[in-house]
Design a binder for this molecule. Structure first.
Ligand code: ARG
Length: 502
């Protein structure tokens, strides 16, 4: 007989090679605390439904609380020979109180409902962390946007100078994208925060368990009622990674702009030395490696999403070991998303923005010409299509003469030849990037007032999301605290003092 917890029907043990190929202990390590919390909730339920005798439950609880204490202090040691975290915890209990008592913990439970319970509890923690970090980033962006509603920046389409925008407009664009990312994280959290515990192996159980009991005590918002679905499905994993992947898209977009803007040729941003590294041969180099890596690491999260989807598609209903492959890349996608969110926030906070360079570019790069066309339509009643044609020809003439729109006299002469009288003073007014910006007043536009409005609209959204997130974190933490006090009180560690002592 094998000495494994499943050893009864086996004549020989698995080989070292098979153990190494199949075991997940090291990967599971970060779920150890959640495995113990799940076991504590399960045991309280077994005790309350009288499936396990109070005295036996008390003995097991004492060990579980001790293991929980060790896990929170990082002192819990797991043995890879025991295959996974679930067997490690159960074996530790059996080792401490014997099989006669310890062997009762696994009544009406399977590793199949356990593993998804642990993964969901851990993922819940991580999603709330990432959402909180991202809200901090959004608040930074909005604060800086408020200070930069008048700051000139260059707006590009097709990588070509398009129209002047304000730096505040650019910052609020990312705040606006990130707020949707936070909503997606919260939607994933809704899917994640459902309790599969009590689904057992696949079919439920003949024991009179109470699934609401464990779900409530673990802070799940509801029971994931269908046992076969609860144990077979990993859509909560792919939905979460999908939210991470979309967030990484936005991080990568920002990182790309930062790399380009930080270049000598653009010079719109000067990154702090603390976020760049040098070259082993070229002494002048200051490379934006953090931003480059943020772009590069995006592929890891996309890869995790593809891996997670592919892993699920070949599994019908009922647990298959294929599903064990959900964790390594999920972990990596969590770590990548969290570290990228934090480092990009810090990078931007310490980066200098160079408005004078932007102003210079906007005088020279023809990005104010659209506004001249608008002016001809507004002030001289030229149909816009014709105004476009005229200012297009003017652009061509200026480029051929190696001039820019600030060659006011050439511009005035050209327009006069077309029968449009515009003074030099007017041209100065029309083509000055700052004044171009001041005239952008449509809702959601780049003008200072519109950006100030955007900032406050987005700040309201951010505050609302923050209060929802804080409420769910508070509820989750309070619930786990209550679970531990209930377990503590039951195990006798903090039994009320006898009457005569009062
Ligand atoms: N280590 C497994 C996993 O991560 C736990 C569930 C194993 N269940 C089983 N019947 N082999 O998915």
């Amino acid at each position: 007989m094998s000495d494994k917890l499943w050893g009864g029907r086996f004549e020989t043990d698995i080989t070292e090679e098979v153990l190494n190929y199949t075991q997940t202990t090291n990967i599971d390590a970060r779920m150890a605390r959640y495995d113990i919390l799940g076991s504590i909730a399960h045991l309280l339920m077994l005790k309350d439904t009288e499936i396990v005798d109070r005295e036996d439950a008390r003995a097991i609880m004492t060990i579980l609380l001790d293991l929980h204490d060790k896990a929170t202090r990082g002192k819990l040691e797991l043995d890879p020979r025991l295959e996974d975290v679930h067997f490690n915890i159960e074996s530790a209990v059996i080792k401490a109180v014997g099989k006669e008592i310890g062997g009762r913990l696994h009544t009406a439970r399977s590793r199949n409902d356990q593993v998804v319970t642990d993964t969901r509890l851990y993922l819940r923690e991580e999603i709330t962390q990432i959402a909180g970090d991202l809200l901090d980033f959004v608040d930074d962006l909005l604060l800086r946007a408020k200070e930069n509603v008048n700051t000139v920046c260059v707006g590009y389409t097709h990588g070509q100078p398009a129209q002047p925008i304000t730096f505040g407009f650019w910052l609020t664009a990312y705040a606006s994208m990130y707020l949707r990312d936070i909503k997606r994280l919260m939607q994933a959290l809704d899917t994640v925060n459902q309790s599969p515990l009590g689904a057992c192996a696949l079919a439920g159980t003949s024991f009179p368990i109470d699934r609401e009991h464990t779900a409530t005590r673990l802070g799940f918002s509801q029971v994931l009622i269908h046992s076969l679905d609860a144990t077979s499905s990993r859509d909560f994993v792919s939905q979460s990674i999908s939210a991470f992947a979309q967030l990484m898209v936005n991080h990568s977009k920002m990182a790309e702009e930062i790399v380009v803007w930080n270049s000598f040729e653009f010079g719109l941003v000067d990154l702090s030395d603390a976020f760049c590294t040098g070259s082993s041969i070229m002494p002048q180099k200051k490379n934006a490696v953090v931003a480059e890596l943020a772009k590069g690491r995006t592929g890891r999260v996309f890869g995790a999403l593809m891996q997670s989807l592919t892993m699920q598609k070949g599994v019908g209903t009922g647990y298959n070991c294929d599903l064990q492959e959900d964790k390594p890349m999920l972990w990596d996608s969590i770590d990548t998303t969290r570290s990228t969110t934090r480092v990009l926030r810090n990078q931007l906070a310490s980066a200098q923005y160079n408005e004078s360079r932007a102003l210079d570019l906007c005088w020279k790069n023809f990005s104010t010409i659209t506004e001249l066309a608008n002016w001809l339509t507004k002030q001289h009643d030229v149909p816009f299509r014709e105004a476009h044609e005229i200012t297009g020809q003017l652009t061509q003439k200026l480029i051929k003469s190696d001039l820019a729109p600030d060659a006011f006299e050439t511009c005035a002469e050209f327009l006069l030849a077309k029968g449009i009288k515009v003074s030099i003073g007017e041209l100065e007014e029309i083509l000055d990037p700052k004044r171009v910006l001041a005239r952008q007043t449509s809702q959601g536009s780049t003008g200072p007032d519109a950006v100030a409005d955007l900032t406050s609209v987005l700040a309201t959204q951010s505050a609302e999301l923050r209060s929802n997130l804080d409420a769910s974190i508070q509820l989750k933490n309070q619930t786990i605290e209550n679970l531990l006090s209930e377990a503590d009180a039951f195990s006798g560690a903090s039994e009320p003092a006898p009457m005569f002592m009062l």
